[in-house]
Design a protein around this ligand. Structure first.
Ligand code: NAD
Length: 292
């Protein structure tokens, strides 16, 4: 069994991005710029946004934070997104999800200029990705594809099973891995909460991806000997032995499953850091597109 080290891979890729950013600054006299919109006080969202700002700084990009209380109205939020859309100095824009209940996240996403939608959530980018056209691919699926490529894990003709059909992970990932060409060409089965005989389907997988948000869900009896297992899940579970009183857990029962795998990602330190790198890659891509 080989551990897929997402943290180290992300560090390596960030070094390459920093070189490209330095080139960009030399050529065009400004830094690529990511704007994040944060509504409310959700601690996890605050951490995610802080990390994104830290990542930008690390590779030499600018970042701005637009922070609002959860009493912000729909009109005020849309107006903020439009202001950022119109700002020629800003290349990428993300609205941190989830939003408070009175705001319709889909409506807000659809007000983002697709050329700045570095999360790849706008229907234009999703549609282009499905058609195999150049687009911003959402960060977690893109990060997983990069991890497979970095570890030279073949995908062509492989049976891939994905558990979880969310718009941000499962669905785009299923599309990405079944695209024609390098990094794709998998035969993908997308499973969800209504899937029958999930264990049996999982046991077919050469590449098994768990993205359902249920800690320790994937057990050894669901994994074929020699499979590649990618754990996307991140849940906080109570742990009295830690200072904070909780720890992060993936969707895979790591202890049980790891001995059966050829490759496996840990949680934390697997997919998470790669998601962050993908956002940087998309921001650089957006900046290059805007300049041109
Ligand atoms: P979600 O929470 O929107 O949906 C969960 C999906 O799992 C649904 O499609 C549902 O049908 C499926 N599901 C639930 N129970 C199931 C069961 N018993 N059997 C089969 N399928 C079942 O999904 P999400 O937003 O993609 O998040 C999934 C997990 O991935 C969460 O833990 C989330 O925190 C994590 N996540 C991690 C990253 C990262 O960067 N590592 C990024 C995004 C999400």
């Amino acid at each position: 069994m080989k551990l897929i080290d997402g943290k180290q891979t992300a560090q390596d890729l960030k070094k390459d991005i920093a070189v490209e950013v330095a080139d960009f600054i030399r050529q065009y006299g400004r830094r690529p710029h990511l704007a994040a919109v944060l509504v409310g006080e959700d601690p996890a969202s605050q951490t995610y946004v802080r990390n994104k700002e830290k990542d930008c700084k690390e590779v030499g990009m600018d970042s701005s934070l637009y922070k609002f209380p959860d009493t912000i109205t729909r009109e005020e939020l849309i107006s903020c997104v439009q202001t950022i859309n119109d700002d020629p100095e800003i290349d990428g824009l993300i609205v941190q999800l989830p939003l408070p209940d009175h705001l319709d996240a889909q409506e807000i996403i659809e007000t983002i200029d697709p050329s700045k939608d570095v999360d790849g959530f706008h229907p234009v980018n999703v549609g282009r990705m499905v058609l195999g056209l150049p687009s911003f691919v959402s960060a977690t699926p893109a990060g997983i594809a990069d991890l497979l490529e970095y570890y030279k894990i073949p995908t062509q003709g492989k049976e891939c099973v994905i558990i979880g059909r969310s718009n941000i992970v499962g669905k785009p990932l299923a599309n990405l891995l079944s695209q024609k060409g390098p990094g794709g060409d998998c035969t993908v089965t997308l499973c969800h909460s209504r899937t029958k005989e999930l264990d049996k389907i999982c046991r077919r997988a050469d590449i098994l991806i768990a993205a359902l948000g249920r800690p320790g869900f994937l057990k050894a009896n669901m994994v074929k000997e020699g499979a590649v297992v990618i754990d996307v899940g991140i849940s906080r579970v109570e742990d009295k032995n830690t200072k904070s009183g909780f720890r992060l857990a993936g969707d895979v029962d790591f202890e049980q499953v790891a001995p059966r795998c050829s490759y496996i990602t840990p949680v934390p330190g697997g997919v998470g850091p790669m998601t962050r790198v993908s956002l940087l890659k998309n921001t650089l891509k957006a900046a290059l597109k805007h300049i041109k």
